[in-house]
Design a protein around this ligand. Structure first.
Ligand code: NAD
Length: 479
């Protein structure tokens, strides 16, 4: 078992207090690593380093910045198995999930490196006596806070684009997956990043989060996490009028209409619900199926759920690995028990061993059940029967969330009706709700977040606009 230090100002350091915390392996329950328990003093050190590095880093040429970010991508590609071991060891990710996440992150780094060279301004052809234009500049020092479920790629959206746009970054990974955050620090150290441009601090989210957001040297906050955390961070940042971007929770619908190929729809639903044990912000949280096919669909989804290999995530064939911690197991189980007690029919799963919760399928879901409304964040498929696409849309939108969605139908007009009507930041026709690419606008409507990440959307958010004019000849003043 290894003890990790924090990465501040290009150096590996202990917490000021000397305290550490245990990072657990969610499958075995054993201590995976010992990690520094940072507090306000460590936040201060990291902010000081990032603030001092902001001028040298923002004046580094975009070419040199791109080289470093692209190099980090190459190192990650070459160190795949090393990163996969961490993603499984502390995060419980199955082999397939880890490979998917690493590939997507390599792509993200390549995209961010290129996008950092396209920070575009505009010219305004208004008053002919002057040149009028907008320039984009970095905010300065940004604070990046990320979750444990896809800890590599979700952190990298913030870190890679933060650096690509000339900001320096203080990054706080989730306490369930701190080592992957520290590995990101190591990756950029190996790529030759300027000391202080990226700093990684580990420790309790509330303590470090508050200290970092409140710090006057922090000029922008980017968070991916639960909606409740987002509400807190938004209030905290707003108190100091700091801008922020929030990527938050979801209760994503998959709508399956009566004309769908049922076997295809079952495969899409199984992937959408059970990938990474349902612990994805974009996971399908409600399966809304037209009445005419609901029985056959539910029976087939239950058969598929029961057939998925579950258990040790380090075995490559495993599809259902462990949930992240005991709290998650209790939450998922309480949602399932609540549904069954209110009349839901349990078609598969509903039990757990250790932290491995069986792929679960529930039918006859009603609005009063927790699985209808709350983010379960586990391998649970609540199936809701509807009479047609109009009712499907009503049910899909009956949520405070609005992150992603999927629609399975072969009827183009119904697909357009649903794509336009769904109150979600992302709609995937012919697919489940899980999809992401480095350059697309990723984010949610309603309480699923504010702002978008990815490609030019990240560049836009992580830079501020300045209007600049240059008079072509001397200006005439009225007095
Ligand atoms: P979380 O909100 O518990 O934690 C996220 C991060 O915020 C962690 O680093 C945590 O330490 C930190 N944090 C906690 N309290 C804080 C505070 N008071 N101030 C500042 N930071 C604080 O979320 P989680 O359990 O790690 O992740 C799962 C959640 O994230 C789910 O709700 C999921 O839907 C959501 N998520 C959203 C997206 C998206 O892109 N929309 C992606 C992945 C996960």
């Amino acid at each position: 078992m290894k003890t990790y230090q924090m990465f501040i100002n290009g150096e590996w350091v202990d917490s000021v207090s000397g305290e550490t915390f245990d990072d657990l392996n969610p499958y075995t329950g054993e201590v995976y690593a010992r990690v520094q328990k940072g507090d306000e003093k460590d936040a201060d050190r990291a902010m000081a380093a990032a603030y001092a590095a902001r001028k040298p880093w923002s004046s580094t040429s975009s070419f040199d910045r791109a080289l470093i970010i692209a190099k980090a991508g190459h190192i990650l590609e070459e160190s795949r198995m090393e990163f996969a071991e961490v993603l499984t060891g502390e995060g419980g990710g199955t082999f397939g999930k880890c490979m998917f996440e690493i590939s997507q992150t390599v792509d993200l780094l390549a995209t961010a490196a290129a996008d950092g060279k396209r920070i575009l301004g505009e010219t305004f052809h208004t008053d002919p006596t002057k040149l009028s234009m907008s320039l984009r500049s970095p905010w300065g020092t940004i604070v990046a806070i990320s979750p444990w479920n896809f800890p590599l790629i979700l952190s990298m959206y913030k870190v890679a684009y933060g650096l690509a746009t000339g900001n320096t970054v203080v990054f706080k990974p989730a306490s369930d997956t701190p080592v992957i955050g520290l590995k990101i620090g190591e990756l950029f150290e190996r790529a030759g990043l300027l000391p202080g441009a990226l700093n990684v601090v580990t420790g309790p989210g509330s303590v470090l989060g508050n200290a970092l957001i409140d710090d006057d040297r922090c000029s922008f906050v980017t968070l991916t996490g639960q909606t409740e955390t987002g509400r807190h961070v938004a209030q905290r940042a707003a108190a100091k009028l700091k801008p922020y971007v929030l990527e938050l929770g979801g209760k994503n619908p998959l709508i399956v209409l009566g004309d769908a190929d049922i076997d295809y729809a079952v495969d899409a639903a199984a992937f959408g619900v059970f990938m990474h044990q349902g612990q994805i912000c974009m996971s399908v949280g409600r399966v809304i199926v037209e009445q005419s096919i609901v029985d056959e669909f539910a029976t087939k989804l239950a058969e598929k759920a029961a057939s998925l290999p579950a258990g040790d995530p380090s075995i490559p064939e495993t599809v259902i690995g462990p949930l992240i911690n005991d709290g998650a197991v209790q939450k998922v189980d309480s949602h399932v028990k609540d549904a069954v007690s209110k009349g839901a029919e349990l078609l598969a799963g509903g039990k757990y061993e250790g932290r491995v919760y069986e792929a679960t399928v529930l039918k006859n879901i009603t609005k009063d059940m927790l699985v209808y409304r709350e983010e379960t964040f586990g391998p649970v498929a609540p199936i809701i029967a509807v009479k047609d696409e109009t009712e499907a849309l009503e049910v899909a939108n009956d949520t405070t969330y609005g992150l992603s969605s999927g629609v399975i139908t072969r009827d183009l007009q119904k697909a357009i009706f649903l794509a336009e009507g769904l109150e979600a930041g992302m709609v995937h026709v012919g697919n489940a709700s899980i999809d992401a690419e480095a350059s697309v606008p990723f984010g949610g409507f309603k309480e699923s977040g504010q702002g978008r990440e990815g490609g030019f959307y990240s560049v836009g958010q992580l830079t501020q606009i300045k209007w600049v004019t240059i008079e072509k000849s001397e200006h005439h003043f009225p007095f």
